[in-house]
Design a protein around this ligand. Structure first.
Ligand code: ATP
Length: 574
Protein backbone atom coordinates (compact mmCIF):
# COMPACT_ATOMS: atom_id res chain seq x y z
CA UNK A 1 0.00 0.00 0.00
CA UNK A 2 1.35 3.42 -0.90
CA UNK A 3 1.63 6.17 1.65
CA UNK A 4 -1.16 8.63 1.54
CA UNK A 5 -0.68 12.31 2.05
CA UNK A 6 2.86 11.79 3.31
CA UNK A 7 1.85 11.26 6.93
CA UNK A 8 -0.96 12.12 9.29
CA UNK A 9 -4.19 12.89 7.52
CA UNK A 10 -4.35 16.46 6.33
CA UNK A 11 -0.72 17.33 6.65
CA UNK A 12 -0.78 17.99 2.95
CA UNK A 13 -3.55 20.56 3.08
CA UNK A 14 -3.57 24.11 4.32
CA UNK A 15 -6.23 25.67 6.49
CA UNK A 16 -7.85 28.93 5.40
CA UNK A 17 -5.83 30.74 8.02
CA UNK A 18 -2.59 29.29 6.74
CA UNK A 19 -3.54 30.28 3.20
CA UNK A 20 -4.22 33.83 4.37
CA UNK A 21 -0.94 34.12 6.27
CA UNK A 22 1.11 32.56 3.51
CA UNK A 23 4.64 33.94 3.85
CA UNK A 24 6.32 35.73 0.97
CA UNK A 25 9.19 33.49 -0.05
CA UNK A 26 11.83 35.90 -1.29
CA UNK A 27 15.40 35.33 -2.37
CA UNK A 28 16.52 37.13 0.79
CA UNK A 29 14.51 34.79 2.99
CA UNK A 30 15.96 31.69 1.34
CA UNK A 31 19.43 33.14 1.50
CA UNK A 32 18.97 33.82 5.17
CA UNK A 33 17.62 30.34 5.90
CA UNK A 34 20.57 28.78 4.12
CA UNK A 35 23.02 31.07 5.85
CA UNK A 36 22.42 28.98 8.96
CA UNK A 37 23.64 25.94 7.05
CA UNK A 38 26.84 27.63 5.96
CA UNK A 39 28.98 26.71 9.00
CA UNK A 40 28.06 23.08 8.40
CA UNK A 41 28.49 22.94 4.63
CA UNK A 42 30.91 20.02 4.78
CA UNK A 43 28.49 17.88 6.75
CA UNK A 44 25.70 19.05 4.49
CA UNK A 45 27.58 17.93 1.37
CA UNK A 46 28.14 14.60 3.03
CA UNK A 47 24.40 14.30 3.68
CA UNK A 48 23.67 15.14 0.07
CA UNK A 49 26.04 12.39 -0.99
CA UNK A 50 24.46 9.94 1.47
CA UNK A 51 20.96 10.78 0.27
CA UNK A 52 21.96 10.42 -3.38
CA UNK A 53 23.74 7.11 -2.83
CA UNK A 54 21.11 5.59 -0.55
CA UNK A 55 18.21 6.64 -2.80
CA UNK A 56 19.96 5.16 -5.82
CA UNK A 57 20.94 1.99 -3.99
CA UNK A 58 17.40 1.60 -2.70
CA UNK A 59 16.19 1.39 -6.31
CA UNK A 60 18.81 -1.12 -7.32
CA UNK A 61 17.02 -4.21 -5.90
CA UNK A 62 14.04 -3.30 -8.09
CA UNK A 63 16.30 -3.40 -11.13
CA UNK A 64 17.90 -6.62 -9.96
CA UNK A 65 14.45 -8.19 -9.69
CA UNK A 66 14.23 -7.87 -13.46
CA UNK A 67 17.57 -9.64 -13.86
CA UNK A 68 16.42 -12.36 -11.47
CA UNK A 69 13.21 -12.88 -13.46
CA UNK A 70 15.19 -13.08 -16.69
CA UNK A 71 17.65 -15.52 -15.11
CA UNK A 72 14.72 -17.68 -14.13
CA UNK A 73 12.90 -17.38 -17.46
CA UNK A 74 16.00 -18.07 -19.49
CA UNK A 75 17.26 -20.79 -17.11
CA UNK A 76 20.64 -19.05 -16.84
CA UNK A 77 21.86 -21.27 -14.02
CA UNK A 78 21.60 -21.54 -10.27
CA UNK A 79 24.97 -19.86 -9.62
CA UNK A 80 23.91 -16.72 -11.47
CA UNK A 81 20.61 -16.75 -9.61
CA UNK A 82 22.34 -17.04 -6.23
CA UNK A 83 24.77 -14.26 -7.15
CA UNK A 84 21.94 -11.94 -8.13
CA UNK A 85 20.02 -12.70 -4.96
CA UNK A 86 23.07 -12.13 -2.76
CA UNK A 87 23.82 -8.90 -4.60
CA UNK A 88 20.29 -7.71 -4.08
CA UNK A 89 20.49 -8.50 -0.37
CA UNK A 90 23.88 -6.79 -0.06
CA UNK A 91 22.64 -3.65 -1.77
CA UNK A 92 19.62 -3.50 0.52
CA UNK A 93 21.84 -3.81 3.59
CA UNK A 94 24.28 -1.22 2.20
CA UNK A 95 21.60 1.35 1.49
CA UNK A 96 20.07 0.85 4.93
CA UNK A 97 23.47 1.34 6.57
CA UNK A 98 24.02 4.56 4.65
CA UNK A 99 20.53 5.59 5.76
CA UNK A 100 21.60 5.19 9.39
CA UNK A 101 24.65 7.41 8.85
CA UNK A 102 22.53 9.94 7.02
CA UNK A 103 20.08 10.03 9.89
CA UNK A 104 22.90 10.70 12.35
CA UNK A 105 24.35 13.51 10.25
CA UNK A 106 20.91 14.92 9.71
CA UNK A 107 20.07 15.23 13.36
CA UNK A 108 23.61 16.42 14.11
CA UNK A 109 23.20 19.36 11.72
CA UNK A 110 19.62 20.05 12.83
CA UNK A 111 20.68 20.12 16.47
CA UNK A 112 23.62 22.38 15.78
CA UNK A 113 21.57 24.82 13.77
CA UNK A 114 18.86 25.05 16.43
CA UNK A 115 21.60 25.42 19.05
CA UNK A 116 23.04 28.36 17.12
CA UNK A 117 19.63 29.91 16.57
CA UNK A 118 18.58 29.55 20.20
CA UNK A 119 21.79 31.11 21.47
CA UNK A 120 21.56 33.93 18.98
CA UNK A 121 17.93 34.55 19.85
CA UNK A 122 18.65 34.48 23.58
CA UNK A 123 21.48 36.96 23.22
CA UNK A 124 19.27 39.14 21.05
CA UNK A 125 16.38 39.05 23.50
CA UNK A 126 18.71 40.03 26.30
CA UNK A 127 19.52 43.17 24.38
CA UNK A 128 15.86 44.09 24.14
CA UNK A 129 14.72 46.94 26.31
CA UNK A 130 12.35 46.60 29.24
CA UNK A 131 9.70 48.02 26.94
CA UNK A 132 9.86 44.86 24.82
CA UNK A 133 9.25 42.65 27.83
CA UNK A 134 6.43 44.75 29.18
CA UNK A 135 4.63 44.94 25.83
CA UNK A 136 5.15 41.34 24.70
CA UNK A 137 3.46 38.34 26.16
CA UNK A 138 5.99 36.14 27.92
CA UNK A 139 4.29 33.05 26.50
CA UNK A 140 4.86 34.32 22.95
CA UNK A 141 8.50 35.01 23.63
CA UNK A 142 9.00 31.55 25.04
CA UNK A 143 7.14 29.94 22.14
CA UNK A 144 9.53 31.54 19.68
CA UNK A 145 12.49 30.38 21.70
CA UNK A 146 11.27 26.82 22.13
CA UNK A 147 8.72 25.45 19.68
CA UNK A 148 9.35 27.79 16.74
CA UNK A 149 13.06 27.23 16.76
CA UNK A 150 12.44 23.58 17.61
CA UNK A 151 10.35 23.38 14.43
CA UNK A 152 13.43 24.23 12.41
CA UNK A 153 14.78 20.82 13.33
CA UNK A 154 11.96 19.00 11.60
CA UNK A 155 12.33 21.28 8.58
CA UNK A 156 15.94 20.18 8.21
CA UNK A 157 15.46 16.52 9.06
CA UNK A 158 12.09 16.28 7.29
CA UNK A 159 11.39 18.79 4.57
CA UNK A 160 14.85 19.24 3.07
CA UNK A 161 15.70 15.56 3.19
CA UNK A 162 12.36 14.58 1.76
CA UNK A 163 12.69 16.97 -1.19
CA UNK A 164 16.15 15.65 -1.99
CA UNK A 165 15.58 11.94 -1.59
CA UNK A 166 12.20 11.92 -3.32
CA UNK A 167 13.46 13.95 -6.26
CA UNK A 168 16.48 11.70 -6.67
CA UNK A 169 14.34 8.57 -6.46
CA UNK A 170 11.93 9.92 -9.07
CA UNK A 171 14.61 11.06 -11.48
CA UNK A 172 16.56 7.83 -11.15
CA UNK A 173 13.45 5.67 -11.58
CA UNK A 174 12.40 7.61 -14.68
CA UNK A 175 15.88 7.42 -16.17
CA UNK A 176 16.02 3.66 -15.75
CA UNK A 177 12.52 3.23 -17.15
CA UNK A 178 13.25 5.35 -20.23
CA UNK A 179 16.46 3.43 -20.81
CA UNK A 180 14.52 0.18 -20.95
CA UNK A 181 11.70 1.29 -23.20
CA UNK A 182 10.47 4.77 -23.83
CA UNK A 183 6.94 3.75 -24.72
CA UNK A 184 6.35 1.79 -21.56
CA UNK A 185 8.04 4.52 -19.52
CA UNK A 186 5.74 7.18 -20.97
CA UNK A 187 2.77 5.00 -20.24
CA UNK A 188 3.97 4.68 -16.65
CA UNK A 189 4.28 8.45 -16.31
CA UNK A 190 0.78 8.92 -17.71
CA UNK A 191 -0.82 6.57 -15.17
CA UNK A 192 0.76 8.29 -12.16
CA UNK A 193 -1.83 11.11 -12.05
CA UNK A 194 -4.56 8.47 -12.25
CA UNK A 195 -3.40 7.24 -8.89
CA UNK A 196 -2.22 10.44 -7.27
CA UNK A 197 -5.06 12.80 -8.10
CA UNK A 198 -8.01 10.72 -6.88
CA UNK A 199 -6.21 9.77 -3.71
CA UNK A 200 -5.44 13.42 -2.98
CA UNK A 201 -9.05 14.31 -3.66
CA UNK A 202 -10.22 11.57 -1.28
CA UNK A 203 -7.69 12.67 1.31
CA UNK A 204 -8.86 16.24 1.13
CA UNK A 205 -12.51 15.22 1.49
CA UNK A 206 -11.67 13.19 4.57
CA UNK A 207 -9.65 16.01 6.00
CA UNK A 208 -12.50 18.46 5.51
CA UNK A 209 -14.99 16.05 7.04
CA UNK A 210 -12.75 15.58 10.06
CA UNK A 211 -12.59 19.32 10.55
CA UNK A 212 -16.32 19.66 10.16
CA UNK A 213 -17.02 16.94 12.67
CA UNK A 214 -14.53 18.50 15.06
CA UNK A 215 -16.47 21.78 14.86
CA UNK A 216 -19.74 19.92 15.36
CA UNK A 217 -18.39 18.09 18.39
CA UNK A 218 -17.21 21.41 19.85
CA UNK A 219 -20.72 22.74 19.37
CA UNK A 220 -22.24 19.74 21.13
CA UNK A 221 -19.83 20.12 24.04
CA UNK A 222 -20.71 23.79 24.19
CA UNK A 223 -24.42 23.02 24.47
CA UNK A 224 -23.75 20.43 27.17
CA UNK A 225 -21.55 22.76 29.18
CA UNK A 226 -24.00 25.59 28.84
CA UNK A 227 -27.16 23.75 29.74
CA UNK A 228 -26.07 21.01 32.11
CA UNK A 229 -24.40 23.31 34.62
CA UNK A 230 -26.07 24.43 37.83
CA UNK A 231 -26.73 27.96 36.62
CA UNK A 232 -27.53 26.80 33.08
CA UNK A 233 -30.18 24.38 34.22
CA UNK A 234 -31.69 27.05 36.43
CA UNK A 235 -32.03 29.39 33.44
CA UNK A 236 -33.45 26.63 31.24
CA UNK A 237 -36.05 25.82 33.91
CA UNK A 238 -36.93 29.42 34.76
CA UNK A 239 -37.44 30.35 31.12
CA UNK A 240 -39.11 27.05 30.21
CA UNK A 241 -36.56 26.38 27.49
CA UNK A 242 -36.40 22.59 27.92
CA UNK A 243 -37.92 21.76 24.52
CA UNK A 244 -35.87 24.43 22.75
CA UNK A 245 -32.59 23.16 24.23
CA UNK A 246 -33.57 19.56 23.52
CA UNK A 247 -34.18 20.38 19.85
CA UNK A 248 -30.92 22.26 19.62
CA UNK A 249 -29.04 19.30 21.07
CA UNK A 250 -30.84 16.75 18.90
CA UNK A 251 -30.14 18.78 15.78
CA UNK A 252 -26.39 19.03 16.47
CA UNK A 253 -26.33 15.36 17.39
CA UNK A 254 -27.97 14.23 14.17
CA UNK A 255 -25.57 16.38 12.13
CA UNK A 256 -22.76 14.63 13.95
CA UNK A 257 -24.14 11.22 13.03
CA UNK A 258 -24.34 12.11 9.36
CA UNK A 259 -20.80 13.45 9.43
CA UNK A 260 -19.48 10.34 11.14
CA UNK A 261 -21.07 8.06 8.57
CA UNK A 262 -19.80 10.23 5.72
CA UNK A 263 -16.33 10.22 7.21
CA UNK A 264 -16.13 6.48 7.55
CA UNK A 265 -17.45 6.07 3.99
CA UNK A 266 -14.90 8.53 2.67
CA UNK A 267 -12.31 6.24 4.23
CA UNK A 268 -13.76 3.29 2.33
CA UNK A 269 -13.88 5.14 -0.98
CA UNK A 270 -10.35 6.23 -0.40
CA UNK A 271 -9.09 2.67 -0.02
CA UNK A 272 -11.10 1.53 -2.98
CA UNK A 273 -9.80 4.30 -5.19
CA UNK A 274 -6.24 3.58 -4.18
CA UNK A 275 -6.43 -0.16 -4.73
CA UNK A 276 -8.13 0.19 -8.09
CA UNK A 277 -5.79 2.81 -9.42
CA UNK A 278 -2.66 1.27 -8.05
CA UNK A 279 -3.46 -1.94 -9.88
CA UNK A 280 -4.45 -0.24 -13.12
CA UNK A 281 -0.88 1.00 -13.71
CA UNK A 282 0.85 -2.39 -13.48
CA UNK A 283 -1.89 -4.10 -15.47
CA UNK A 284 -1.53 -1.56 -18.27
CA UNK A 285 2.24 -2.03 -18.30
CA UNK A 286 1.87 -5.82 -18.48
CA UNK A 287 -0.68 -5.51 -21.26
CA UNK A 288 1.15 -2.99 -23.42
CA UNK A 289 4.52 -4.59 -22.66
CA UNK A 290 3.11 -7.98 -23.61
CA UNK A 291 1.66 -6.63 -26.85
CA UNK A 292 4.94 -4.92 -27.77
CA UNK A 293 6.88 -8.06 -26.98
CA UNK A 294 4.58 -10.65 -28.50
CA UNK A 295 2.95 -8.88 -31.41
CA UNK A 296 5.53 -6.31 -32.46
CA UNK A 297 8.57 -8.37 -31.56
CA UNK A 298 10.18 -5.52 -29.69
CA UNK A 299 13.38 -6.19 -27.83
CA UNK A 300 11.90 -6.33 -24.32
CA UNK A 301 12.37 -9.10 -21.82
CA UNK A 302 9.98 -10.27 -19.11
CA UNK A 303 12.53 -8.91 -16.69
CA UNK A 304 12.29 -5.45 -18.30
CA UNK A 305 8.55 -5.39 -17.79
CA UNK A 306 8.95 -6.57 -14.19
CA UNK A 307 11.46 -3.76 -13.55
CA UNK A 308 9.05 -1.22 -15.04
CA UNK A 309 6.19 -2.40 -12.86
CA UNK A 310 8.22 -2.42 -9.69
CA UNK A 311 9.76 1.00 -10.41
CA UNK A 312 6.31 2.40 -11.08
CA UNK A 313 5.27 1.17 -7.66
CA UNK A 314 8.28 2.97 -6.18
CA UNK A 315 7.23 6.26 -7.77
CA UNK A 316 3.80 6.76 -6.19
CA UNK A 317 5.20 7.47 -2.72
CA UNK A 318 7.72 10.14 -3.76
CA UNK A 319 5.18 11.85 -6.06
CA UNK A 320 2.67 12.03 -3.22
CA UNK A 321 5.24 13.27 -0.77
CA UNK A 322 6.56 15.90 -3.14
CA UNK A 323 3.03 17.20 -3.64
CA UNK A 324 2.70 17.53 0.13
CA UNK A 325 6.12 19.09 0.41
CA UNK A 326 4.75 22.25 -1.15
CA UNK A 327 2.54 22.75 1.90
CA UNK A 328 5.29 21.73 4.30
CA UNK A 329 7.63 24.11 2.53
CA UNK A 330 5.20 26.99 2.97
CA UNK A 331 4.78 26.10 6.64
CA UNK A 332 8.54 25.98 7.10
CA UNK A 333 8.94 29.36 5.48
CA UNK A 334 6.22 30.76 7.73
CA UNK A 335 8.17 29.38 10.68
CA UNK A 336 11.41 31.01 9.56
CA UNK A 337 9.60 34.27 8.87
CA UNK A 338 8.27 34.29 12.43
CA UNK A 339 11.69 33.58 13.88
CA UNK A 340 13.39 36.20 11.73
CA UNK A 341 10.77 38.76 12.75
CA UNK A 342 12.16 38.50 16.26
CA UNK A 343 15.74 38.67 15.10
CA UNK A 344 14.89 41.84 13.21
CA UNK A 345 13.40 43.70 16.14
CA UNK A 346 15.61 46.72 16.56
CA UNK A 347 17.68 46.91 19.68
CA UNK A 348 16.25 50.00 21.32
CA UNK A 349 18.96 50.59 23.85
CA UNK A 350 22.44 49.78 22.66
CA UNK A 351 25.98 50.92 23.05
CA UNK A 352 26.79 54.12 21.24
CA UNK A 353 29.31 53.41 18.45
CA UNK A 354 31.88 55.50 20.29
CA UNK A 355 30.82 54.42 23.79
CA UNK A 356 33.05 55.68 26.54
CA UNK A 357 34.59 53.36 29.10
CA UNK A 358 35.94 55.69 31.78
CA UNK A 359 38.96 54.58 33.83
CA UNK A 360 36.85 55.06 36.93
CA UNK A 361 33.56 56.62 37.87
CA UNK A 362 32.89 58.48 41.07
CA UNK A 363 29.33 57.20 41.06
CA UNK A 364 27.66 60.58 41.09
CA UNK A 365 24.26 60.83 39.43
CA UNK A 366 22.61 63.87 37.96
CA UNK A 367 19.19 64.32 36.39
CA UNK A 368 18.88 67.44 34.22
CA UNK A 369 15.31 68.42 33.29
CA UNK A 370 14.32 64.86 32.50
CA UNK A 371 11.00 64.19 30.77
CA UNK A 372 9.95 60.65 30.12
CA UNK A 373 6.98 58.65 28.90
CA UNK A 374 6.48 54.92 28.26
CA UNK A 375 4.03 55.67 25.49
CA UNK A 376 3.58 58.95 23.66
CA UNK A 377 0.08 59.58 25.03
CA UNK A 378 1.04 59.79 28.67
CA UNK A 379 3.95 61.69 30.14
CA UNK A 380 5.25 60.05 33.30
CA UNK A 381 8.20 62.18 34.46
CA UNK A 382 8.02 65.96 34.32
CA UNK A 383 11.18 68.03 34.46
CA UNK A 384 12.96 65.90 37.04
CA UNK A 385 16.28 67.39 38.19
CA UNK A 386 18.47 66.39 41.10
CA UNK A 387 22.11 65.70 41.89
CA UNK A 388 23.45 62.82 43.90
CA UNK A 389 27.05 63.35 44.89
CA UNK A 390 29.61 60.56 44.91
CA UNK A 391 29.52 58.49 48.08
CA UNK A 392 26.18 59.92 49.14
CA UNK A 393 22.81 58.28 49.18
CA UNK A 394 19.38 59.42 48.17
CA UNK A 395 16.08 57.88 49.19
CA UNK A 396 13.17 58.32 46.83
CA UNK A 397 9.75 58.22 48.43
CA UNK A 398 6.30 58.86 47.08
CA UNK A 399 2.84 57.40 46.65
CA UNK A 400 2.35 54.28 44.57
CA UNK A 401 2.61 54.97 40.84
CA UNK A 402 4.26 58.34 41.34
CA UNK A 403 7.28 57.39 39.21
CA UNK A 404 9.92 56.23 41.70
CA UNK A 405 10.92 53.10 39.81
CA UNK A 406 10.78 55.00 36.54
CA UNK A 407 13.35 57.53 37.78
CA UNK A 408 15.64 54.78 38.95
CA UNK A 409 15.28 52.73 35.77
CA UNK A 410 16.63 55.60 33.71
CA UNK A 411 20.05 55.45 35.38
CA UNK A 412 21.17 52.00 34.16
CA UNK A 413 19.30 52.74 30.88
CA UNK A 414 16.53 50.20 31.24
CA UNK A 415 14.75 52.96 29.34
CA UNK A 416 16.07 56.14 27.72
CA UNK A 417 14.58 59.50 28.56
CA UNK A 418 13.09 61.50 25.71
CA UNK A 419 14.13 64.94 26.95
CA UNK A 420 16.80 66.16 29.32
CA UNK A 421 19.87 64.22 30.34
CA UNK A 422 20.86 61.64 32.91
CA UNK A 423 24.54 61.82 33.88
CA UNK A 424 26.55 59.17 35.64
CA UNK A 425 29.97 60.21 36.92
CA UNK A 426 29.51 63.40 34.93
CA UNK A 427 28.91 61.65 31.57
CA UNK A 428 25.59 61.31 29.76
CA UNK A 429 24.52 57.68 30.30
CA UNK A 430 23.69 57.39 26.59
CA UNK A 431 27.38 57.91 25.82
CA UNK A 432 28.71 55.44 28.39
CA UNK A 433 29.53 51.85 27.67
CA UNK A 434 26.47 49.88 28.77
CA UNK A 435 28.23 47.15 30.68
CA UNK A 436 30.42 49.70 32.41
CA UNK A 437 27.34 51.70 33.37
CA UNK A 438 25.33 48.74 34.60
CA UNK A 439 28.33 47.34 36.42
CA UNK A 440 28.71 50.56 38.33
CA UNK A 441 25.14 51.49 39.10
CA UNK A 442 23.83 49.93 42.25
CA UNK A 443 20.09 49.77 42.74
CA UNK A 444 18.29 48.47 45.73
CA UNK A 445 14.95 47.24 44.61
CA UNK A 446 11.97 47.89 46.78
CA UNK A 447 10.81 44.31 46.64
CA UNK A 448 12.67 41.51 48.29
CA UNK A 449 14.09 39.64 45.40
CA UNK A 450 16.35 36.68 45.66
CA UNK A 451 17.11 34.28 42.91
CA UNK A 452 17.57 30.56 43.42
CA UNK A 453 21.09 30.04 44.51
CA UNK A 454 23.20 30.11 47.60
CA UNK A 455 23.28 33.03 50.01
CA UNK A 456 26.75 33.75 48.69
CA UNK A 457 25.48 33.84 45.08
CA UNK A 458 22.86 36.35 46.07
CA UNK A 459 25.27 38.57 47.92
CA UNK A 460 27.84 38.36 45.13
CA UNK A 461 25.21 39.23 42.55
CA UNK A 462 25.05 42.66 44.10
CA UNK A 463 28.81 43.07 44.22
CA UNK A 464 30.71 40.40 42.29
CA UNK A 465 34.13 41.40 43.66
CA UNK A 466 33.14 41.50 47.34
CA UNK A 467 35.70 39.85 49.60
CA UNK A 468 34.84 37.16 52.13
CA UNK A 469 35.36 39.76 54.87
CA UNK A 470 32.93 42.17 53.19
CA UNK A 471 30.33 39.43 52.91
CA UNK A 472 30.69 38.52 56.57
CA UNK A 473 30.54 42.18 57.58
CA UNK A 474 27.37 42.61 55.55
CA UNK A 475 25.80 39.58 57.20
CA UNK A 476 26.76 40.87 60.63
CA UNK A 477 25.31 44.27 59.86
CA UNK A 478 22.00 42.70 58.82
CA UNK A 479 22.02 40.48 61.89
CA UNK A 480 22.00 37.34 59.82
CA UNK A 481 25.50 36.22 60.65
CA UNK A 482 24.26 33.94 63.42
CA UNK A 483 21.66 32.57 61.08
CA UNK A 484 24.28 31.94 58.39
CA UNK A 485 26.57 30.26 60.87
CA UNK A 486 23.78 27.98 61.98
CA UNK A 487 23.36 26.72 58.42
CA UNK A 488 25.25 23.52 57.80
CA UNK A 489 26.87 25.00 54.69
CA UNK A 490 27.18 28.57 55.96
CA UNK A 491 27.06 31.07 53.08
CA UNK A 492 26.78 28.14 50.67
CA UNK A 493 23.42 27.08 52.08
CA UNK A 494 20.77 27.42 49.33
CA UNK A 495 18.49 30.38 49.63
CA UNK A 496 15.25 28.42 49.56
CA UNK A 497 14.35 30.12 52.79
CA UNK A 498 11.29 31.43 54.53
CA UNK A 499 10.27 35.01 53.90
CA UNK A 500 11.76 36.37 57.12
CA UNK A 501 15.19 34.97 56.32
CA UNK A 502 14.79 36.24 52.77
CA UNK A 503 14.12 39.74 53.94
CA UNK A 504 17.18 39.53 56.15
CA UNK A 505 19.42 38.45 53.34
CA UNK A 506 18.01 41.27 51.26
CA UNK A 507 18.99 43.58 54.06
CA UNK A 508 22.48 42.16 53.96
CA UNK A 509 22.69 42.96 50.28
CA UNK A 510 21.83 46.61 50.84
CA UNK A 511 24.96 47.65 52.74
CA UNK A 512 27.13 45.91 50.18
CA UNK A 513 25.64 48.11 47.54
CA UNK A 514 25.81 51.09 49.78
CA UNK A 515 29.58 51.00 49.60
CA UNK A 516 28.86 52.68 46.29
CA UNK A 517 26.83 55.79 45.73
CA UNK A 518 23.26 54.70 46.15
CA UNK A 519 19.80 55.70 45.27
CA UNK A 520 17.03 53.73 46.86
CA UNK A 521 13.32 53.46 46.79
CA UNK A 522 12.54 53.35 50.44
CA UNK A 523 9.59 51.98 52.30
CA UNK A 524 11.32 51.42 55.61
CA UNK A 525 11.93 54.40 57.80
CA UNK A 526 15.35 53.05 58.84
CA UNK A 527 16.53 53.17 55.23
CA UNK A 528 15.10 56.63 54.73
CA UNK A 529 16.78 57.98 57.84
CA UNK A 530 20.13 56.59 56.67
CA UNK A 531 19.93 58.53 53.39
CA UNK A 532 21.69 61.87 52.91
CA UNK A 533 18.75 63.34 51.05
CA UNK A 534 15.13 62.41 50.56
CA UNK A 535 13.37 63.14 47.28
CA UNK A 536 9.60 63.14 47.44
CA UNK A 537 7.96 62.28 44.13
CA UNK A 538 4.35 62.82 43.21
CA UNK A 539 2.77 62.43 39.77
CA UNK A 540 6.19 62.27 38.16
CA UNK A 541 7.47 65.48 39.72
CA UNK A 542 9.89 66.04 42.57
CA UNK A 543 7.65 67.96 44.91
CA UNK A 544 9.78 68.08 48.07
CA UNK A 545 13.38 67.35 48.96
CA UNK A 546 15.49 67.52 52.05
CA UNK A 547 16.05 65.70 55.31
CA UNK A 548 13.54 63.77 57.35
CA UNK A 549 13.38 66.37 60.15
CA UNK A 550 12.48 69.30 57.87
CA UNK A 551 10.18 67.32 55.63
CA UNK A 552 8.08 65.89 58.43
CA UNK A 553 7.45 69.36 59.74
CA UNK A 554 6.68 70.85 56.32
CA UNK A 555 3.16 69.44 56.34
CA UNK A 556 3.24 68.36 52.68
CA UNK A 557 3.28 65.05 50.78
CA UNK A 558 6.08 63.65 52.95
CA UNK A 559 4.23 64.39 56.16
CA UNK A 560 1.23 62.57 54.79
CA UNK A 561 3.35 59.60 53.69
CA UNK A 562 4.99 59.54 57.09
CA UNK A 563 1.67 59.54 58.88
CA UNK A 564 0.04 56.95 56.64
CA UNK A 565 2.93 54.62 55.81
CA UNK A 566 6.25 54.92 57.57
CA UNK A 567 4.88 55.40 61.04
CA UNK A 568 2.63 52.42 60.65
CA UNK A 569 5.50 50.32 59.27
CA UNK A 570 7.58 51.38 62.22
CA UNK A 571 4.89 50.34 64.66
CA UNK A 572 4.48 46.97 62.96
CA UNK A 573 8.26 46.43 63.01
CA UNK A 574 8.31 47.33 66.70
P1 ATP B 1 5.10 51.81 43.09
O1 ATP B 1 5.54 52.40 44.37
O2 ATP B 1 3.68 51.38 43.13
O3 ATP B 1 6.00 50.74 42.57
P2 ATP B 1 6.30 53.86 41.46
O4 ATP B 1 6.29 55.15 42.15
O5 ATP B 1 7.58 53.12 41.42
O6 ATP B 1 5.12 52.96 41.96
P3 ATP B 1 6.34 53.65 38.61
O7 ATP B 1 6.41 52.17 38.61
O8 ATP B 1 7.57 54.39 38.24
O9 ATP B 1 5.79 54.17 40.00
O10 ATP B 1 5.18 54.07 37.63
C1 ATP B 1 4.88 55.38 37.29
C2 ATP B 1 3.75 55.38 36.29
O11 ATP B 1 4.21 54.80 35.09
C3 ATP B 1 2.56 54.58 36.74
O12 ATP B 1 1.42 55.30 36.36
C4 ATP B 1 2.65 53.31 35.96
O13 ATP B 1 1.35 52.85 35.62
C5 ATP B 1 3.36 53.74 34.69
N1 ATP B 1 4.22 52.64 34.19
C6 ATP B 1 5.17 51.98 34.88
N2 ATP B 1 5.79 51.08 34.11
C7 ATP B 1 5.22 51.17 32.89
C8 ATP B 1 5.43 50.51 31.63
N3 ATP B 1 6.36 49.57 31.47
N4 ATP B 1 4.66 50.87 30.60
C9 ATP B 1 3.72 51.82 30.73
N5 ATP B 1 3.47 52.50 31.87
C10 ATP B 1 4.21 52.18 32.94
Amino acid sequence: MQRMGGGPMGRGFMTEEEKKNRPKVTKELLFRVFSYLRPYWKQFLLILACIAVSSLLALYPNILTGRIVDALAEKQGVDILVKLILLSLGVTIGSSLIGVGQNYLNSWIAQHITFDMRNKMYAHLQQMSQRFFTTNNQGDIITRMTSDIGGVQSVITGTFTSILSNSITLIAALTVMYQRNWMLATLGVLVIPLFVLPSRRAGKTRWELTRESQACSDEINGILNETLSVSGQMLVKLFGKEQYEYDRYKDANSRMIRLNIKESMAGRWFFMVISVFSSIGPMLLYLVGGILMMQYGQDITVGDITVMVSLLGRMYGPVNQLLNIQVEWIRSMALFTRIFEYFDLPVEIENAPDAIVPKSADGSVEFQHVNFSYDPERKILHDVSFTLQAGHSVAIVGPSGSGKSTIINLIPRLYDCQEGRVLFGGTDVKKLDLSFLRGHVGIVSQETYLFNGTIRDNLLYAKPDATEAELIAACKKANIYDFVQKQELGLDATSALDSISEAKIQEAIEPIIQTRTSILIAHRLSTILAADEILVVKDGRIVERGQHGQLVKAGGVYTELYETQFKKALETEA
